[in-house]
Design a protein around this ligand. Sequence first.
Ligand code: ITT
Length: 198
Amino acid sequence: HRIVFATGNAGKMREIREILGDLGCEILSMKEAGATPEIEENGKSFAENAEIKARAVWNCTGGIVLADDSGLVVDYIGGEPGILSARYLGEDTSYEIKNQAIIDRLKDAEDGERSARFVCNIAGVLPDGRVIHTEATMEGLIAKEPAGCGGFGYDPILYLPEFGKTSAEITMEQKNQISHRGKALSAMKEELRKVLGE
Ligand code: ITT
């Protein structure tokens, strides 16, 4: 079996390969599968956007296609950047700037007001066109300064109290055990095992 992952994000793809590695399937990015349709992510939720991406690629490839829609939800600023995380301040703005901008928006927040989480919805389109979803979160606090160079995106500013480190300071193995993506993809893996065993 092969599974095509409808993402163009290299950071996601690294984690995905590690998490799905023991499924015994060939895992291809959409580029490797030669399926890179124009995709307009105009959904109103992580689930809708994940499904839009998975279906667009599935229309080119068939088989099993997964997509990840994820983002950082910061309570103090009304849940921003949320589903707009990749586009926050512009798609081409560096994460050094994006991360500092979020920290600056929390400059008047009390210590008890820094809660935030990563959310990940995985959509899976099956060979018969049925779609299944899994979703998970990773809770943390917005750090007062960025720290760490692992991971990608907003990892340097999500402080994980149980580690005393940010999500960019833990190893990929540690992150995949507890992260939004790790948990949502592990749940998807169980669903796929049932489908593949049928
Ligand atoms: P694809 O749509 O091609 O998969 P994308 O990066 O545009 O790539 P999203 O629309 O789902 O994907 O946006 C997710 C953004 O949320 C991502 O670009 C990061 O800014 C942030 N994000 C998601 N998961 C993250 C993680 O594990 N660590 C850090 N930032 C993360």
